[in-house]
Design a protein around this ligand. Sequence first.
Ligand SMILES: C[S@@+](CC[C@H](N)C(=O)[O-])C[C@H]1O[C@@H](n2cnc3c(N)ncnc32)[C@H](O)[C@@H]1O
Length: 283
Amino acid sequence: MSAIQPDTIIQGDCIETLSEVREPFADLIFADPPFNIGYKYDVYEDRKAYHEYRAWTEKWMGVCVEKALKPTGSFWIAIGDEYAAEVRLIGNALGLHLRNWVIWHYTFGQNTKRKFARGHTHLFYWVKDPRNFTFNDMAVRIPSARQTTYADKRANPKGKIPDDVWSFSRLCGTFNERVQWHPCQMPERVLERILKVSSRPGDLVLDPFSGSGTTCVVAARLGRPYIGIDISEVYVESSRRRIADTLAGRSLTTEIAENPELLRPQRRVRRKPKGEIQRPTLW
Ligand SMILES: C[S@@+](CC[C@H](N)C(=O)[O-])C[C@H]1O[C@@H](n2cnc3c(N)ncnc32)[C@H](O)[C@@H]1O
């Protein structure tokens, strides 16, 4: 197998790109696909017929598991209520072992008038081999109520493993972390917990829908090599810049000040003809 070239964001379709892989290479895959709820992306149309979206989900999940994920690897998927049940069943059919069905509870949900506002996203956490996978509990422990509230002498001084409901704010438009040029950026804190618990420094992290590059930014910060894939040339270029700026200690607000075109509304860009796509020498 040709060597995997880490620390790359590839512009392309993740199914096509990963279909070419000859040997599984990813220790951890985090996927945050479009949820099929009509978000305005650059080149991807986020409103497909139910069966089309479901069949597409089966394809990209299949190629991630069968082509990219190592036998000891972990697979995390973020998904909304609309397709959570389907994603769960596809994971079963692919032979994955569910470790947790985490609920990411966020503030800054939307306002509603005639129903309760949604304040959560599903985070599925699977492994390929239930007897052989990475779970670094010490990297994600938090203070327990016995420590913080009850002053209980029996409290484990190392804290506790977080439970399966995670509360992290969504990224509000005014947050420094918010990049402005991508419609649905995940907070780095969510990815930090996932990467710390499911990978070790040096493990390769794959994000097949890298978007604004959150997973890759966090991987770079935590010393994990990464491969990101996104179909949008604009997002790929901008996320490469985001990673470089993060590693150089420049702030995002500085990036936007230096590149005001990033604040313009989403542009439609023409996809490069297949032959021109720059592929790293991974596979
Ligand atoms: C929900 S966003 C990911 C956001 C990302 N987690 C972040 O924090 O920025 C989904 C991304 O998938 C990309 N996308 C859609 N179809 C794709 C495909 N077939 N292959 C690769 N990327 C695709 C879109 O361009 C979009 O950036």
